[in-house]
Design a protein around this ligand. Structure first.
Ligand code: GTP
Ligand code: SPV
Ligand code: MN
Length: 595
């Protein structure tokens, strides 16, 4: 398949280590993928779904102990511990290679070693990068073939270059006590053992496109971010692009594909999706920031996805999609999840493959009683998406007008506000917090600081990462995107969301774009510029101005507590915390004191 000496050498090492019975290069052809699907169905690894209702779709279940990313078993292995920084698990690379090679040794015996050459970003794009993943899982091959561009073409583009990311995945016996997701950014290498779930094993995604790529971006002067990218088209047909960073399961896929409310649709507003999870951004020849989506598909959260909340995501899943850990409707061999509709199947298997009784569903104990796992997912080709952007496949990137941060905050952050400038925006991103979700193993609903939604994904010292953001701002100067913060998740005293969210978030996007174009005023507050309440259009909504005001409120006491928590959060970074951010915190405190 290739004469690239660096590739051949590494693959020889892998073969010697793993001892596969067979070796198969993934060439990207439909015939080869179809053979693999058939094989996976024959072994029970995947279930073929109803060909009429869900053509080309499959269901896969992972082990019940292997259903989400495992942050406590994710490591950044750099020679110097300081390089990994205070927010990552660290281990000495030599020690970790030894440990992982011991775990993986001989585990491909009786199995096939699949070699997947893949491109993150359109093949040949100046912003794209190449990886090779070896795996013993057909599920991984088939998912990678949706999520990335795989095959022979990629090797042609690579030629004899050594600029590619090595990825070893070995399922082993899926033992959680020996599960490790390890990154060696100084060697462009990823090793993942004892898992077979999504973000742990589709090595192009979080492992490469965020952890390794953020490190590369730091060294090479670009950015790899946990951001969706969308284009908002106005009635004149102009499209403005924004990138938004929200933590896992906080609404990126939903915002990326939103359908504006009827009154805006009628005027001619429309959203085009460029990406729903990851953004690679580089300064273009005109000095603006350009973004590509390095992925080729969506690995989206299934529960809550329905024709009303996210029509475009649901449409994307109707063909050639792999469902993981959803509920299996045995009556018509289709799939179901909580929030799809109000008709749970009566003859069904839950995400563990057990007979499921929907009447026993208990919201307080979802893992045990739900049909679909709360972190169940669909892997759908991007080209299925009815609103996929024309720019998606082009590879030169789209110019970003605004960067938006956000998270789940029941009380603190207002619906939307704008930073005073880039440095203030970096401060807002660095101080971001959100309630934890089912996307990672661990406690749910706990507020944690998640800077730029990158806490689990930054491949180096987060203090240096903040500095890198500040540096990018200096290079961008007055061409820098404007930075905003949003929060769709403010709740009332009964715990209900106050803002309707989903498609209605277009109302907030419009304010953001208006601000970027200098078309609308704002109110200066202690934390940044807030909208004048009447500037958020409430047409056809049954929210009154008073309710809107309540979610635009900056509460002095709440924010003083927030400032104290940010101070605590900042302590971790020691002398790596850029002094500009320390000044920003002091300014915030001074502004609050004046309130
Ligand atoms: P990852 O794929 O884990 O990175 O998640 P994501 O950020 O793409 O989140 P996604 O869009 O899949 O949404 C996750 C959950 O948030 C789903 O249950 C959605 O229904 C819910 N959600 C998304 N947008 C909104 C919103 O505007 N308001 C409310 N209340 N919930 C939302
Ligand atoms: C996330 O958790 O942010 C995801 C899913 O997008 S995973 O690929 O598992 O990381
Ligand atoms: Mn994500």
């Amino acid at each position: 398949m290739t004469e690239n000496k660096t590739v051949i050498k590494w693959l020889e090492e892998m073969k010697t280590l793993l001892c596969p019975d067979k070796v198969m290069w993934i060439d990207g052809s439909e015939e080869q993928l179809e053979d693999l699907r058939k094989e996976a169905v024959a072994t029970g690894e995947m279930i073929k779904l109803n060909e009429e209702k869900l053509p080309g779709c499959y269901l896969h279940r992972t082990q019940p102990n292997d259903v989400a990313r495992v942050e406590d078993r994710t490591f950044i292995c750099t020679r110097d511990k300081e390089t990994a920084g205070p927010t990552n698990n660290w281990c000495d690379p030599d020690e970790m290679y030894k440990k992982l090679y011991n775990i993986a040794k001989g585990t491909y015996k009786g199995r096939t070693m699949y070699i997947i050459p893949y491109s993150m970003g359109p093949v040949g794009s100046p912003l794209a990068k190449i990886g090779i993943e070896v795996t013993d899982s057909i599920y991984v091959v088939l998912n990678m073939a949706i999520m990335t561009r795989v095959g022979t073409e990629v090797l042609k583009v690579l030629g004899d270059s050594d600029d590619w990311v090595r990825g070893l995945h070995a399922k082993c016996d899926v033992n959680p006590d020996n599960r490790y997701i390890c990154h060696f950014p100084e060697d462009n290498t990823i090793i993942s053992v004892n898992s077979a779930y999504g973000g742990n094993v589709l090595l192009g995604k979080k492992c490469f496109a965020l952890r390794i790529a953020s490190f590369q971006g730091w060294k090479e002067g670009w950015m790899a971010e946990h951001m969706l990218i969308l284009g908002l088209e106005n009635p004149k047909g102009e499209i403005k692009y924004v990138a938004a960073a929200f933590p896992s399961a906080c609404g990126k896929t939903n915002l990326a594909m939103l359908i504006p409310p009827e009154y805006l649709k009628k005027k001619g507003y429309k959203v085009w999706t460029v990406g729903d999870d990851i953004s690679w951004m580089k300064i273009g020849p005109d000095g603006r920031l350009y973004a590509i989506n390095p992925e080729n598909g969506f690995f989206g959260v299934a529960p809550g996805t329905n024709a009303k909340s996210n029509f475009n995501a649901l449409e994307s899943t109707k063909k050639n999609t792999i469902f993981t850990n959803v509920c299996h409707n045995l009556d018509d061999n289709t799939v179901w999840w909580e929030g799809l509709d109000n008709n749970p199947p009566t003859n069904a298997l839950n995400w563990k493959g057990e007979k499921w009784d929907y009447t026993k569903y208990d919201k307080a104990n979802k893992i045990a009683t739900s049909g679909a796992h709360p972190n169940s997912r669909f892997t759908a080709p991007a080209k299925n998406c009815p609103c996929i952007s024309d720019e998606f496949d082009k590879g030169q990137g789209v110019p970003i007008s605004a960067i938006i941060f956000g998270g789940r905050r029941a009380k603190c952050a207002p619906l939307v506000y704008q930073s005073k400038d880039w440095v203030n925006g970096v401060f807002i991103g660095s101080a971001m917090a959100s309630e934890t979700t089912a996307a990672a193993a661990g406690a749910l609903g706990v507020v944690r600081r998640d800077p730029m939604a990158m806490l689990p994904f930054c491949g180096y010292n987060m203090g240096e990462y903040f500095e890198h953001w500040l540096e990018m701002g200096k290079k961008l100067g007055d061409k820098a995107p404007k930075i905003f913060n949003v929060n769709w998740f403010r709740t009332d005293d009964d715990g209900n969301f106050i803002w309707p969210g989903y498609g209605d978030n277009a109302r907030v996007l419009n304010w953001i774009i208006d601000r970027c174009e200098g078309k609308t005023d704002a109110v200066e507050t202690a934390i940044g510029y807030l909208p004048k309440p009447e500037d958020i259009d409430l047409t056809d909504l049954d929210i009154d101005l008073e309710t809107l005001k309540s979610i635009l409120k900056v509460d002095k006491d709440v924010w003083e507590k927030e400032a104290a928590e940010i101070e605590e959060h900042y302590k971790k970074f020691g002398d790596k915390l850029p002094k500009e951010l320390r000044e920003q915190l002091n300014n915030l405190k001074a502004n609050l004191a004046k309130m």
